[in-house]
Design a protein around this ligand. Structure first.
Ligand SMILES: Nc1nc2c(ncn2[C@@H]2O[C@H](COP(=O)(O)OP(=O)(O)OP(=O)(O)O)[C@@H](O)[C@H]2O)c(=O)[nH]1
Ligand SMILES: [Mg+2]
Length: 270
């Protein structure tokens, strides 16, 4: 017999109310940025199942485009709960000298609103001086950046293993080498350690590790919501101010096992 189920239900209701309130105030917001053509809109389309325009030939996105999506909690006692996630697709930097000042202005205005910034850099682009310049300029606007090495399916020798949907052995070595090299260069630019996550939106490759890296980079005061939609695992995901409220409201010194069971509420999935 489950002695604490009523209290558990009540506590769960309160936690969800807090979560919903915080998400209503400001959804989890991820900004996707980088130079033109690295595949920002394509990645957003893949993640959010949207239909943003993309182009194989010319610069495409002209404004910051916000997509609100729900990520559904899978598993646990609140299976089916939908948390709102905002993914913002940025125009590509470096499109032209005419456009750049305006785009940079937009970046300076929009990036502070993002919890996390996803900086995409195309695997095959070796001329990264321009990206380094933008990064040096924008890291002061929002430094919670995750770096994604995009379009890795286009790395030589172009023999993607379609059967298992993974890079071939040779490709994997080259991708690792590019990640290492790019990490080194970008680290030097911003003066702190950068690590690139290899991804391919086209092949839907490595999106989950990318998402996890984004969740981990969330600002401390919002990290509890991010971990809430990911998985309730540790006992400290709810900040004190909420925990106090929740525990008081539950009518007493809730047992640690009860609390632990509540921490398993969510198991978010992309
Ligand atoms: N092979 C491959 N092609 C990709 C991938 N991601 C994007 N592309 C292609 O790259 C081209 C540019 O993609 P976009 O998504 O428009 O790039 P963007 O960064 O949004 O470009 P701007 O809006 O101009 O800044 C398109 O032709 C995409 O189909 C990928 O993972 N693999
Ligand atoms: Mg675009």
């Amino acid at each position: 017999m489950n002695m604490g189920s009523k209290e558990d239900q009540e506590m769960r209701r309160k936690i969800l109310a807090e979560l919903q309130e915080e998400l209503r105030r400001k959804p989890l917001t991820i900004g996707v940025v980088g130079v033109s053509g690295v595949g920002k809109s394509t990645l957003v389309n893949t993640m959010c199942k949207t239909d943003l325009p993309t182009s194989p030939t010319v610069a495409c996105t002209r404004e910051f485009e916000s997509q609100d999506v729900s990520i559904t909690v899978r598993g646990g006692v609140v299976e089916g709960y939908r948390a709102k996630l905002r993914v913002v697709d940025a125009p590509g930097l470096g499109e032209s000298v005419e456009q750049d000042p305006g785009y940079l202005e937009m970046y300076r205005r929009e990036l502070p609103k993002c919890d996390v910034v996803l900086w995409l850099s195309a695997a095959r682009n070796r001329a990264i001086a321009l990206e380094q310049q933008y990064l040096a300029e924008l890291v002061g606007v929002n430094d919670r950046i995750v770096f994604g090495l995009s379009q890795v399916d286009l790395v030589d020798p172009l023999d993607w293993n379609t059967e298992v949907n993974l890079p071939s052995g040779e490709q994997r070595k080259n991708i690792q080498e590019i990640c290492r090299d790019r990490s080194e260069r970008f680290s030097a630019t911003i003066g702190s350690t950068v690590e690139f996550v290899p991804v391919s939106a086209g092949r839907r490759y490595n999106l989950q590790p990318l998402f996890s890296a984004l969740l981990e980079r969330a600002p401390d005061e919002r990290a509890w919501i991010f971990s809430g939609v990911k998985a309730f695992t540790a006992g400290d995901w709810v900040p004190e101010k909420y925990r106090g409220k929740v525990m008081r409201g539950s009518g007493g010194a809730g047992s640690s096992s009860k609390w632990a069971s509540l921490l398993k509420l969510f198991q978010g999935k992309w």
